[in-house]
Design a protein around this ligand. Structure first.
Ligand code: TRP
Length: 331
């Protein structure tokens, strides 16, 4: 049996990078798998959060996922803290994972920088909670960005060690489904850095809430070079901004870089940008319309999340009970 699990942090300000990079892929996977999608609020508090902002962020992320096409009647959509198995299994798995394994996690090292001592213990143990998220459902496939590859390998190591330590075949080893760098959307102001909600320049990103006019303006002002578009992909080498805009066109029209360059090779940006803006507006308009409707309806969002949490618990609780029996807990 194939089961997909993935998680996303409840950060506000959803942008095109989140949509094309992750969410759109989640939507497609609903057709082929049993999907469980989780807004990871337990992970969010590994860094300091304002409770009001967090509460709002959880609902906004749920609204964005629903607006993008996550269907709560098919996929299970919930927030992590509503299902107690995540935190409980994380504790057991923290006793399986080794300090040496966590010490090798590059994301922690990069984010902590020189201030390792000042990080929360939760932030250090973050990848173990992530393993628990996946293993609580015996998920087999985990769609993630390539920055999460190491965390997925850790989840596999934890699953394998638990199985060997106790001589069981309780956890399947989850397979990462890695999105290639092709779906990495870059800043409109600098083709070498990722589109990000924390970029101080709003012109660097397309927000899910941007109006058609704002989108057209941002694309018009997007940084480019002076050359016309090449007619083959090789001609994009060393032209990160051009490559980003062509990549966006390909992603939004479900075609390849080669297709886009076949149609637009030789054109200048004055011609290409309005075409890109049109495509972007028609892809995002229905999503931002639904998002704006949903985000104001907290009661409806809370009801969807509560139903998702109940369905998630129905899967995770028996797995947790199996873990309890395996490790020798009396309950
Ligand atoms: N750490 C992931 C990220 O930052 C989010 C996440 C939490 C996740 N738990 C997960 C992803 C479980 C996949 C599976 O993107």
């Amino acid at each position: 049996m194939n089961r997909v699990f993935s998680g996303i942090q409840p950060t506000g300000n959803l942008h095109l990078g989140n949509y094309l990079g992750a969410i759109r892929n989640w939507v497609t996977m609903q057709d082929a798998y049993d999907c469980i999608y989780c807004v990871v609020d337990l992970h969010a508090i590994t860094n300091r959060q304002d409770p009001k902002v967090l509460r709002q962020g959880i609902r906004e992320m749920a609204a964005a996922l629903l607006a993008s096409g996550i269907d709560p009647d098919r996929a299970i959509l919930f927030n992590q803290s509503a299902v107690h198995a995540h935190a409980e299994l994380a504790w057991v798995l923290m006793c399986t994972a080794r300090v040496g394994w966590l010490d090798r996690m590059t994301q922690f090292k990069d984010r902590a920088g020189k201030d390792r001592e000042g990080q929360s213990v939760g932030f250090y143990a973050y990848p173990v909670l992530q393993a628990a998220d996946i293993l609580a459902y015996k998920a087999t496939h985990v769609p993630v960005g390539d920055d999460q590859k190491q965390h997925l390998e850790l989840a596999r190591d934890i699953a394998a060690k638990f199985n060997t330590d106790f001589g069981v075949a309780l956890f399947p080893l989850p397979e990462p489904v890695i999105r290639g760098p092709a779906t990495r959307v870059m800043s409109l102001r600098d083709g070498t850095s990722k589109m990000s909600k924390s970029d101080p320049s709003d012109a660097s990103r397309i927000n899910l809430t941007d109006t058609a006019d704002a989108i057209a303006q941002k694309i018009k002002r997007a940084r480019t070079d002076a050359e016309p578009l090449p007619s083959e992909a090789a001609g994009l080498a060393g032209r990160p901004e051009a490559a980003n805009l062509v990549g966006l066109m390909a992603a939004l029209t479900d075609s390849t870089i080669a297709d886009v360059l076949r149609d637009h090779g030789g054109h200048g940006f004055g011609q290409f940008k309005p075409a890109l803006a049109d495509v972007m507006v028609s892809a995002l308009a229905p999503i931002s319309r639904r998002f704006n409707d949903l985000r104001g309806d907290s009661a409806a969002l809370d009801a969807i999340l509560a139903k998702g949490a109940a369905r998630a618990s129905a899967i995770a609780d028996p797995v947790l009970a199996e873990v309890h029996r395996t490790v020798g807990f009396a309950s």
